[in-house]
Design a protein around this ligand. Structure first.
Ligand SMILES: C[S@@+](CC[C@H](N)C(=O)[O-])C[C@H]1O[C@@H](n2cnc3c(N)ncnc32)[C@H](O)[C@@H]1O
Length: 206
């Protein structure tokens, strides 16, 4: 793979994902009922998907989760992750297994209200449905490692795929990243990061 970067901070991966993606994104925008279409850039270990499925439990909302991953992790690696020893919930081990055995063809049902599709492609090469997603988890490696991910070209494509009022969350609040998002028309705010961490970004398509 060649990226000398962590998938999550070693300490508190779960807490960080909960803060950045679940509380600042999913809980912030998820409607009481109806449908929410989520786009994730960088499925990685599937932690964000797992936490979203857990958060969907007990809700009336139907969650459609579409993740892109350019370099899928080997099942040997995902099989060794012990997230389900730390995140408890009925059927979560099966959900985690389901996340990593899903494909980009059709949505796979993992819970009565959680469906997932995982496309193996670079987001730069993806053809995204226009005006479709209500929520975007932008979880690429950082701009120092992968500057090509944080460009206005990429954000423009994502912007077009979002409905009006949709929200994008990412752990990065660097000026260069906020400017690239602003350039394509997103309204970007800095919000507090997880405890002891820098600020993060939340952007809305006005
Ligand atoms: C910070 S990690 C994602 C962590 C992940 N969301 C999780 O819950 O474990 C970034 C991911 O982006 C993927 N990636 C790298 N380049 C990409 C690209 N051009 N398009 C989509 N994904 C990419 C990497 O392979 C890596 O899995």
């Amino acid at each position: 793979l060649g990226y000398d970067e962590q998938y999550h901070s070693v300490n508190g991966a779960i807490g960080e994902s909960m803060h950045v993606f679940i509380r600042s994104g999913f809980d912030f925008i998820c409607p009481e009922s109806g449908v929410i279409n989520i786009l994730e850039v960088g499925l990685g270990t599937g932690l964000n998907a797992l936490l979203t499925a857990k958060s969907a439990m007990g809700r009336d909302t139907m969650v459609y989760y579409h993740a892109f991953e350019a370099y899928p992790l080997d099942n040997l690696i995902t099989g060794q992750l012990n997230y389900c020893q730390q995140i408890h919930g009925d059927n979560l081990p099966a959900v985690f297994e389901g996340i990593h055995s899903s494909s980009g063809d059709t949505y796979k049902k993992l819970l009565s209200n959680f469906f997932i599709k995982t496309s193996v492609a670079k987001i730069q090469d993806a053809i995204l449905e226009k005006e479709h997603y209500h929520l975007v988890y932008f979880d690429a490696f950082g701009p120092d490692t992968q500057p090509e991910m944080w460009t206005s070209d990429v954000f423009e494509k994502i912007y077009e795929s979002m409905i009006t009022g949709a929200v994008l969350v990412t752990y990065c609040a660097k000026g260069i990243v906020r400017r690239a998002m602003t350039e394509v028309g997103l309204k970007v705010e800095k919000i507090p990061g997880p405890p002891g961490k820098r600020e993060i970004s939340r952007a809305i398509k006005p």
